[in-house]
Design a protein around this ligand. Structure first.
Ligand code: ATP
Length: 373
C-alpha cells in the first residue's frame, strides 16, 4: 500500500448466510442477513459459540459457506479465494513470525507475490511509520511490547491494500490497561484510514466503545443490529438486555420489560408510597468510584433467575442517602424507562413471524408499580 493513499472503503452485504459444520447438526450461523456500511466500524458481539468467528471467517474466505452470499461493494465474493476478496484479517495472537523483523513481517506477503526487496521494504516501512512504529522497524516481535506487536500486525494486514479489515478478538491478548489504550488506537486508525472494520468480540464494553454498528448474535442468529446507544437504550429482547448488562428484567402482565439499573427508583421501605412498588432487600453494596452499585433481592418472588435486581446510584446520591446491607426498600421506575422486550430471534427452523415493536416508551413520567407474576 502506498502509505499516503487511502483505498475506497467497501460496504459488505451478507444474504441468508449459513454455516453448518456437519450434516444433521444445528447451524453455527443460520440464514443471517446483514449490511455493513462502507467506512464504518462494525462489531460482531455475542457469547461464546454464538457464531461470530464463523461469520468473520466466512467473510475472510477462511471457512466455506454452506449457503447464502457475501457481497463486497455488490461484487459476490462468496466463492473467491481469501487473497482475491479485498479483505485482510488481523488475529488475536497477531500471528507474527518470531524470527523476522517488523519490516520483514509487514513485507512478507509482498515477498510471496515476488515484489523486489527494495520496493517491499519501502512500502512496509512507510506503513510502519504510519502506525508510529518506524523507529522500531528492525526489531523482532519478541523485542516489542504487546501494543507494538499489534501495530505491526495492523501494518501487515494493511500491506495487502484491503477494502475491509477483519479483526478477530484483536485485543484479547493484551492486559486490561493496554487493551483500553489499544482500543482507542484501533478506533483512531479506522477513522484515519477510512476503511470498513469488522471486529469480533465477546466484550460488550469493547463493542460499545468502538462500534458505529453493533451486531448482537446468539445461537447462530442476529438478535439485534444498531448503534451502541440504540442497542443499550432499546434492547430488542431479554437476551440482549441481559447480555448487554446494566439492565433489570421484570415480568409484567404485558410481558417482560427491561429497566436500566441507573433508572431504577429506590426508597426506604418506610417512606415508600403504599400500593405496588416492589419490596426488596439490599444484599450487596459495591463502591465503584463515580457510582455505587446496589445488589437487591426481590421479596416474595418465585420466578427463578429474576429475583436479583441491581440499582446504580451516583456516588453523590448514595452519600446523601446511604443504603445498607440488609435494609428493606421499595423499587419502582418511570414508565418511560420501561422497555417492552420482544421474544428474541430464533434460529430459522424455529422462526416465528417478526416480533412486535421492542419499545413501549411513553411520554409521561409516572412511576410504574409493576408486580412480577
Ligand atoms: N471447525 C469447526 N467444526 C465444527 N464445529 C465448529 C467449528 N468451529 C466452530 N464450531 C461450532 O460452531 C459454533 C459457533 O462457533 P464460533 O467459533 O463461530 O463461535 P464464537 O461466537 O466465535 O465463539 P468464541 O467466542 O468462543 O470464539 C459453536 O457451536 C462451535 O462449537
Amino acid at each position: 500500500m502506498n502509505a499516503a493513499a487511502t483505498p475506497e472503503p467497501a460496504a459488505v452485504e451478507i444474504v441468508a448466510l449459513t454455516k453448518r459444520y456437519a450434516p444433521g447438526t444445528p447451524a453455527a450461523v443460520d440464514r443471517i442477513d446483514l449490511r455493513i456500511a462502507s467506512g464504518s466500524y462494525c462489531c460482531l458481539l455475542g457469547p461464546s459459540g454464538c457464531g461470530k468467528s464463523t461469520t468473520l471467517r466466512m467473510i475472510a474466505g477462511h471457512e466455506s459457506v454452506s449457503s447464502g452470499d457475501i457481497l463486497l461493494d455488490n461484487r459476490n465474493i462468496t466463492n473467491l479465494p481469501a487473497a482475491a476478496r479485498g479483505t485482510a484479517m488481523m488475529f488475536q495472537s497477531f500471528a507474527l513470525f518470531p524470527h523476522l523483523s517488523a519490516t520483514d513481517n509487514v513485507a512478507f506477503s509482498l515477498k510471496m507475490k515476488g515484489v523486489g526487496k527494495a520496493e517491499r521494504h519501502k512500502r512496509a516501512n512507510d506503513l510502519l511509520e504510519r502506525v508510529a512504529m518506524g523507529h522500531l522497524a528492525a526489531r523482532k516481535p519478541g523485542e516489542l511490547s504487546g501494543g507494538q506487536q499489534q501495530r505491526v500486525a495492523l501494518a501487515r494486514a494493511l500491506i495487502t491494500e484491503p477494502r475491509v479489515l477483519l479483526l478477530d478478538e484483536p485485543l484479547s491478548a493484551l492486559d486490561p490497561f493496554l487493551r483500553i489504550q489499544m482500543r482507542a488506537e484501533l478506533r483512531r486508525w479506522q477513522k484515519e484510514l477510512g476503511l470498513t472494520f469488522i471486529h469480533v468480540t465477546h466484550s460488550q464494553e469493547e463493542a460499545m466503545a468502538l462500534a458505529d454498528t453493533m451486531v448482537v448474535m446468539n445461537h447462530g442468529v442476529i438478535e439485534q443490529v444498531g448503534s451502541p446507544h440504540a442497542v443499550y437504550n432499546h434492547p430488542a429482547s431479554e437476551f440482549v438486555a441481559r447480555f448487554m448488562g446494566g439492565h433489570n428484567v421484570f415480568d409484567t402482565p404485558a410481558g417482560p420489560i427491561a429497566v436500566r439499573n441507573d433508572r431504577m427508583r429506590i426508597a426506604a421501605a418506610a417512606q415508600a408510597a403504599t400500593g405496588g412498588a416492589l419490596a426488596a432487600t439490599v444484599t450487596d453494596v459495591e463502591y465503584q468510584g463515580t457510582y455505587v452499585l446496589l445488589g437487591l433481592a426481590l421479596d416474595g418472588v418465585a420466578a427463578a433467575g429474576r429475583q436479583n435486581v441491581s440499582v446504580l446510584l451516583s456516588e453523590a446520591a448514595f452519600l446523601a442517602r446511604p443504603y445498607a446491607h440488609g435494609e428493606a426498600v421499595h423499587l419502582s421506575w418511570a414508565e418511560a424507562d420501561a422497555r417492552v422486550l420482544g421474544p428474541g430471534a430464533k434460529p430459522s427452523s424455529e422462526r416465528a413471524p417478526a416480533p412486535a415493536g421492542a419499545e413501549a416508551a411513553r411520554q409521561d413520567d409516572t412511576a410504574v408499580l409493576a408486580v412480577p407474576f
